[in-house]
Design a protein around this ligand. Structure first.
Ligand code: IZC
Ligand code: ZN
Length: 425
């Protein structure tokens, strides 16, 4: 008989229900499926009931009572938060670079000098697989304390066959060893490494002819991403890599139009990418093409904030009918954070999302961006019991109390792993 957990008397339960087949877009994003004075019953690792608390209580009584009871009076329950864009596995931080950027040196200038991503590349190449796993585990611990129960994690700091495989093996070990589920993305085309700086196309050939086959044969990644940006990889190079990735069974994603309007959104639609991410400089035509192609826009307002750039035009992207998701972009250069609730605050404060839209973008739509919407991202019977109890009277408080971590309890696969805001499982 599997364990029965009863989350009782919640002031609000944000079910985010009804969008497991397709992400919420347009006006539908404003509806997080909120129930007042509701209860949730978990059996084993699955959601067994969600609805009025009186009915939940009856459901529990008919099964002889609950093994675990969580009092959610005055609190808000949401699906476990999903972060669809992180560079989780890396060695070393770049606070020195950040101070230089504060004083006016542009991000891409530092990259051209051989710093930035290439600074993290040198440290990640020098680190062992074990060191990468241990450092990332501590970041996953903090993600969990912020209510994040699934993250996507990219390679892209190795930039050699061996080091890209090392990073992706670390991602797989993290998924196996930590309560947070980790979804792997190959990002060998994150930057051109120094040894290829005189022949970037030769590096693209290494990515296509050597890295992709090894990653695919080892089953080390579900997605392939490219940093399509001025001075990094062109649209033509990105197209070549993503078309090859599709032939190897990896689903395409794209860092698109982050710093310059390069046509990344248009390319994402052309290759039918699962998601196009950043989009600070995306063209209206590119956004319209994304809507036609069903590409999810993963927006990263924390990165825009940290780069002190205007954010993506989320209202126009939502109005165009493109589903929007949010992510931290956790990385040592442009977004050293794991605080997805703060990203929700920035989405409201700098991009004009409502609290319910921000929650939809951090749950079911984010789950679609990592191909997991059938399993997670909403509180619906049969889905995995990944749940967060926030010490908040309603959903709005989650982004409203910006910078405050209101996470009280986290259930992962039906088991309590955070209680009273502290790790316990
Ligand atoms: O700077 C980094 O390490 C991560 C990044 N990739 C593309 N933009 C930022
Ligand atoms: Zn990124």
């Amino acid at each position: 008989m599997s364990r029965i957990t009863y989350i009782k008397g919640a002031a609000q339960v944000a079910t985010v229900a009804g969008a497991s087949e397709a992400p919420k877009r347009g006006a539908a994003m404003a509806d997080a499926g909120i129930l007042e004075n509701a209860g949730i019953v978990v059996e084993g690792d699955r959601i067994a009931f969600v609805g009025p608390d009186a009915e939940a209580r009856r459901y529990v009584a008919e099964r002889g009572g609950a093994d675990v009871v969580i009092d959610a009076a005055g609190k808000t329950v949401t699906p476990g938060l999903v972060d669809p864009h992180t560079h989780l596995v890396f060695a070393g931080y770049r606070e020195v670079e950040w101070v230089r950027r504060l004083q006016g040196t542009p991000y891409l200038e530092i990259l051209r000098e051989g710093g930035g991503i290439l600074e993290t590349m040198r440290r990640t190449r020098a680190a062992s697989e074990e060191e990468l796993v241990e450092a990332a585990k501590r970041r996953l611990d903090r993600f969990l304390l912020h209510g994040v129960t699934t993250v996507e994690a990219k390679s892209g700091y190795g930039l050699t066959v061996a080091d890209e495989l090392k990073q992706l093996r670390a991602v797989r070990r993290l998924h196996e060893a930590h309560p947070v589920d980790v979804v792997a993305t190959f990002l060998g085309a994150h930057a051109v490494p120094p040894e290829y700086r005189h022949d970037p196309d030769a590096y693209v050939a290494l990515v296509v002819d050597e890295m992709l086959p090894r990653v695919a044969d080892a089953g080390l990644a579900e997605f392939c991403d490219v940093f399509c940006e001025e001075g990094v990889f062109t649209v033509a190079q990105a197209r070549r890599i993503l078309e090859a990735a599709k032939r190897w069974g990896l689903k395409p994603k794209l860092h698109a139009d982050e710093m310059h309007p390069c046509g990344g959104a248009e390319l994402a639609a052309e290759v039918r990418a699962v998601s196009a991410d950043h989009l600070l400089k995306a063209s209206p035509a590119g956004v319209a093409r994304m809507a036609e192609a069903g590409v999810v826009a993963v927006l990263l307002p924390g990165t825009a904030f940290f780069l002190r750039e205007p954010p993506a035009d989320a209202r126009a992207i939502i109005a165009a009918g493109v589903p929007v998701a949010l992510a931290t972009d956790c990385n040592p250069g442009s977004s050293p954070t794991v605080a997805l609730p703060l990203i929700m605050s920035l989405a409201c404060l700098t991009m004009g999302l409502t609290p319910e839209e921000a929650l939809v973008a951090s749950t079911i739509n984010a789950a679609h961006a990592v191909g997991r919407a059938h399993e997670i991202g909403s509180i619906e019977v049969g889905k995995k019991a990944d749940l967060v109890v926030f010490d908040a009277p309603n959903v709005a408080h989650i982004p409203y109390q910006y910078g405050v971590n209101l996470v009280d309890t986290v259930l992962k696969n039906g088991a309590v792993v955070v209680e009273g805001g502290v790790r316990c499982g």
